[in-house]
Design a protein around this ligand. Structure first.
Ligand SMILES: [Zn+2]
Length: 75
């Protein structure tokens, strides 16, 4: 889906912006994400980050702590 500014037709890359980045006119509400949507997405991201952190911690706890990479990274 692509959104464009109704005033200058510049593509809107972030629906979090409340004004057009080019002409700085306020964007219509229907083009923007609601605060609710943003909050929801933020929550999702937070949860994802937490999950990744927990997972990393688990790996650290499980793995031998000798500093070796074990060839996982492929370097
Ligand atoms: Zn514009």
């Amino acid at each position: 889906m692509e959104f464009r500014c109704p005033y200058c037709h510049a593509p809107i890359y972030s629906r979090k912006l409340k004004i057009c980045g080019v002409c700085e006119k306020p964007l219509p509400k229907e083009l923007l994400m609601s605060d609710e949507q943003i909050a929801f997405l933020k929550k999702e991201v937070d949860q994802e980050e937490k999950r990744a952190k927990d997972f990393g911690q688990q790996l650290k706890d499980l793995g031998p702590h000798d500093g070796g990479m074990g060839g996982i990274s492929g370097f």
